[in-house]
Design a protein around this ligand. Sequence first.
Ligand code: ATP
Length: 367
Amino acid sequence: MAELELDDVRKVFTDDDGSDIVAVDDVTVDIEDGEFLVLVGPSGCGKSTTLRMVAGLETVTSGDIRLGGRSIVDQKPQDRDIAMVFQSYALYPHMTTRENMAFGLEESTDMADAEIDERVENAADLLDIPELLDRKPSELSGGQQQRVALGRAIVREPEVFLMDEPLSNLDAKLRSQMRTELQRIQEDLDTTTVYVTHDQTEAMTMGDRIAILDGGELQQAGTPLECYHRPANRFVAGFIGEPSMNFFDATVEGDRLVADAFEYPLTADMREAVEGADGVTLGIRPEDVEVAAAGSAGDDEFDTVVDVVEPMGNENAVYLGFDGDMSDTFVATVGGMRRIEAGESVVARFPSDAVHLFDTTNGDALH
Ligand code: ATP
């Protein structure tokens, strides 16, 4: 069993003038045996440091990391049954694919040559690169080099794969192809995997679960759909989804939310959820805003004017301003076939079952 547990893991660096930088702030997350967990968050949120602590390339300041129930924080990196794949492929330029893949096993184990050969051939089959085994890195494309780097990790048959932005040097098309490929390989091998990316689309499409970090703190760990539909806080809500969720700060007045440009009726459930909150932020995803031709506006509908239309392929991102107050524009996505133009008056509806409410002070999800 290769369950990987991070238990209150903390990393504090000291910078040149002696002040502390909390890179990872008491992160607790369990990664099940065979699970594909994506660690995602903006630049500097502590993803790489977390991964490096699991790999043993960085010490932990406090907390524990267990693999299969046993603490590994005191083990040297080479004694941990973990293989890491980096963004830079770091292949040896003078070695062939076969030699690059075999090198680690030859150096760090007393495995027989025949077994090493077999593992290399199997990994090459899995990665669909058997015909590249005798080429040097300079004779390989970026995507092929990335496969070799992956092959080097696979031949070790580790308990855990750690991947730090492994696809970020590839162009968009190859990246999306390799995403699918990586998922297939991970499913075939059933190896516990922690994958780091700053790209929320990559996280949403690849992870069995995603763990979202901000400022070194774990914001939420859950399936991509849980994080999308039930974000734990405003940060997660804004980070997951493209274009980002719209937010409007408001106050509660009786059974209504009062924002700068509109008032929104609260359902009984919502009223209960917002009780005691000083300020409430209403969130609605662009894909949940319903846009209709101008007409009579109901309680959850608003007269708006189209500011800008941004084509996104099969959809348009339509930026709307409230009639009479264009300062607070928000975005709705509508089907690309629909004709909609700047300056047009439309009605935007925020359906109550798609509205998220957050505590404005601490960002926690209320509803
Ligand atoms: P990115 O996506 O940009 O790679 P990240 O989420 O992987 O970012 P980390 O590299 O883990 O973030 O860095 C987390 C924080 O710790 C940052 O503020 C960074 O500046 C700081 N940090 C990382 N390594 C060190 C170090 N060796 N010494 C001092 N501070 C460091």
